[in-house]
Design a protein around this ligand. Structure first.
Ligand SMILES: [Zn+2]
Length: 208
């Protein structure tokens, strides 16, 4: 997909695979939509079948730690083992390793950046949130997402929020009617030339 030529948007689902990942995957398949899943290793371990499906159905995987600690308050050894254990779990489940890192809570600093670089991964945050975890309301999630949707947006959502998954068919239809192609994060950041340890979008106050 060439996101210079067409309107693209990347929906991203954190902390999973969540309980409702199977239903979400069915919906994405039905509408020929791609997504990116920032997986938490402990759930990769307990729900490997979804991870396998994500890869088989053309979605992108990212690493979101093993147990979701704030990396800016963690020792380097903890950060490394949180990332490595998740890489290992994904490899075991689906035969591939994530190439993107989303630190828990989107919290990163120069130490986290250096460790991401060791793993060869850029860090991907989001351009806007759906607020799904706080509203837990189908209409509110749709309204918020449409309000912040722009070409090449990276939208934060969660596949453990039932209302996100319930509302996904209507949301995807509406986005597609507006001309959006639902693509992976790598599709929308293709022109950013991200290097290992880089962060995108760059947060306010980030210095390197
Ligand atoms: Zn998270």
């Amino acid at each position: 997909m060439d996101c210079d030529q067409v309107k693209c948007i990347a929906l991203t689902f954190d902390d999973g695979p969540g309980k409702y990942a199977g239903t979400l995957l069915d919906t994405l398949k039905k509408y020929d939509a791609k997504a990116t899943f920032f997986l938490e290793g402990q759930y990769v371990k307990s729900r490997p079948q979804y991870v396998k499906r994500m890869v088989a159905e053309g979605h992108e995987l990212g690493n979101h730690s093993y147990s979701h600690p704030d990396f800016t308050k963690s020792e380097p050894g903890t950060i490394r083992s949180e990332i490595q254990k998740t890489q290992d779990a994904v490899k075991k489940a689906a035969g591939v390793e994530p190439k993107l890192l989303r630190p828990p809570y989107g919290m990163a600093d120069l130490q986290v950046s250096d460790i991401a670089a060791e793993f060869g991964m850029p860090m991907i945050l989001w351009t806007a949130g759906s607020q799904d975890w706080s509203s837990k309301n189908v209409d509110a999630i749709q309204k918020q997402t449409l309000a912040v949707a722009k070409p090449n947006s990276i939208i934060l959502m969660h596949d453990w929020v039932k209302q996100t998954v319930d509302g996904m068919p209507a949301l995807i239809k509406t986005l597609q009617n507006k001309g959006y192609h639902l693509v992976t994060v790598s599709d929308v950041v293709k022109n950013e030339d991200l290097k290992p340890g880089d962060i995108f979008p760059v947060p306010d106050g980030w210095e390197k």
